[in-house]
Design a protein around this ligand. Structure first.
Ligand code: CAO
Length: 523
């Protein structure tokens, strides 16, 4: 008797995309010629054949969770017709031959067992997709897939291929051998032997599905898998609550909420996508302490801003590999100029920060990879051609980061004015979301308060942030003697996935040079 964990590989000539689609299950739908449409001449015009559920390892009443084609669609051999979901896996029933779907006999929610009718498919003149083609198909199938691929691509198949199969089927005109081979190329990268057209022929082997698909394989529908992938959630870490431990959309949502809640309480966990990557840090639980046991306590709720910024900071800290480059800028001359500007413009407060904004723009122009973000896939860098600078503002409710736009086009006094305005707006809780979005690079200045350096947290999806501490007069060796110079500590945190340490050192050196000699801003 066959058990759920005791399956057999399909023979090699039946291993094509279906071996991928069926994951650990044996593949190959059976087909039965049911009707022949005859021309008046007696010549066969088109043959309608049945596509049935193949051997599914003894499982019965397996639910249909997705229809991949509809009546009228042209299907290629091995293209998925419907998706089934057992308690072990999600899998597609492949078309056993090419043709046009006459009728699809199933709907979502139906349950099927081996031999059940899935669809009637009309094969074309000349036996297209029929028995006569079997040999050729076998060769091409073998060339296009292999055992090793089956395991590797099982997820991709369950999640994505059904959609590409559907898209392919809509494009009847493109269902040529060329498009077929392209669509299959998309599904796999051929091995060297496959690429050379050599058909790997290994004998059928018995195997245990539990070895290939242990219980740990998350059990979720393609739609849920897609949803999880969009959120960057690793399904291995999600607890399924539905029948048989199946993971539902709600389970994924609850998982993300849990992580965000932990992030809000400062555990440093995070979820979300950056470069297509997810959270799921698998940290030990946050300690639960009854503080009142040790002395008198008072509990205050976190402000809304603190909760929001806390979750963002936690995610960014957890997901971005931060490195902080420290440097000192000699701002003695800059400070003299700043004081002079202040004397001349009593109506506006010119602080060192506006000089830092201009210097940062000059450095971003010099090092464009700092004015960039990883795209959602994490595989491309989006280089911005504009210079919007975010400024961290400390408010009674928490930290907010309004954005000053087009800082390259504005002078020091205009920036000083705008900085005063947005700082006030922030503290008056009047900033709108639009005023806090679109930043390229952020500056967090604690110079008005104190300190000699700190590690600012990158404001994702930016790739760097400049921290500024309090300037102080220091003795600096000029080659002949020590001279008193006003030195400003700079702390540049950067995303090490995007920026190398050497680039960061060059960036801060350049920044220090610009601040030391403001004429460089004009370059
Ligand atoms: N070194 C020495 N003095 C400095 C300085 C520095 N690096 N930066 C500012 N100062 C001085 C200013 O010149 C000003 O002095 P005067 O009143 O004598 O002119 C004083 O410190 C106060 O400046 P400010 O803080 O009001 O103005 P700013 O332009 O430097 O900063 C703002 C504006 C909104 C960024 C700031 O008020 C603020 O909120 N900073 C906190 C940012 C923050 O919380 N960052 C941490 C993020 S990570 O948790």
């Amino acid at each position: 008797m066959r058990t759920g964990g005791d399956f057999f590989c399909p023979p090699p000539w039946r291993r094509g995309p279906q071996a991928i689609a069926w994951r650990a299950w044996p593949a190959g739908a059976t087909m039965t010629a049911s009707r022949l449409q005859m021309q008046s001449t007696g010549e066969p015009m088109a043959e309608v054949r049945e596509a049935n559920v193949p051997d599914i390892g003894g499982h019965s009443d397996v639910p249909v969770i997705e229809l991949l084609v509809s009546a009228g669609d042209r299907v290629e051999k091995d293209q998925g017709l419907v998706t089934l979901e057992s308690d072990k896996a999600t899998m597609e029933v492949p078309a056993p031959f090419a043709g046009v779907v006459k009728t699809l006999k199933l709907k979502v929610g139906d349950t099927v067992s081996e031999g059940d009718l899935v669809a009637e498919i009309e094969v074309g003149e000349g036996g297209e997709g029929g028995h006569g083609k079997e040999k050729g198909d076998a060769k091409s199938d073998d060339a296009k897939s292999g055992d090793a691929d089956a395991g590797e691509r099982s997820d991709a198949s369950a999640d994505g291929d059904s959609r590409s199969a559907k898209a392919d089927s809509k494009d009847k005109d493109s269902a040529t051998p060329a498009s077929e081979s392209k669509s299959r190329e998309d599904r796999s990268t051929p091995s060297p032997s496959q690429a050379s057209g050599e058909a790997p022929r290994t004998p059928p082997v018995a195997f245990n599905s539990d070895e290939l698909m242990p219980d740990k394989v998350p059990y979720a529908s393609p739609a849920v898998r897609l949803f999880a992938r969009e959120l960057g959630v690793d399904l291995q870490r999600v607890q399924g609550s539905a029948r048989g431990g199946r993971i539902s959309r709600e389970d994924v949502q609850a998982h993300v909420k849990g992580i965000m809640a932990q992030g809000g309480s400062g555990t440093g966990t995070g979820a979300g996508a950056s470069g297509g990557a997810g959270g799921g840090l698998n940290l030990i639980p946050w300690p639960k302490v009854d503080f009142a046991k040790y002395g008198e306590v008072k509990t205050e709720p976190l402000s809304r801003i603190k909760k929001l910024s806390g979750a963002n900071l936690a995610r960014n800290w957890a997901m971005i590999p931060h490195v902080t480059q420290q440097d000192l800028a000699d701002i003695t001359e800059m400070e003299a100029f700043r004081k002079q500007l202040g004397q001349e413009n009593k109506d506006v407060k010119v602080t060192p920060l506006v000089f830092l904004i201009k210097a940062a723009v000059a450095a971003l122009k010099q090092f464009p990879q700092f004015n960039a973000s990883l795209d959602a896939s994490g595989e491309n860098l989006v280089l911005k051609q504009y210079f919007h600078i975010g400024i961290a503002v400390d408010t009674p409710d928490g930290l907010v980061v309004p954005v000053l736009r087009d800082c390259d086009k504005k002078g020091l006094l205009q920036l000083a004015n705008e900085l005063g305005e947005i700082s006030k707006k922030a503290r008056d809780r009047k900033l709108g979301p639009a005023e806090m979005s679109g930043g390229c690079f952020s500056i967090s200045s604690l110079g008005g308060i104190g300190g000699v350096g700190f590690t600012p947290i990158i404001n994702a999806p930016e790739v760097a942030i400049l921290g500024v501490s309090r300037s102080s007069m220091q003795p600096v060796w000029n080659g002949t003697e020590f001279t008193p110079r006003l030195m400003l500590p700079l702390s540049l945190s950067y995303d090490h996935r995007v920026i190398d340490g050497a680039a960061a050192a060059r960036f801060t050196s350049y920044l220090a040079q610009v601040l030391g000699d403001l004429r460089r801003v004009l370059l």
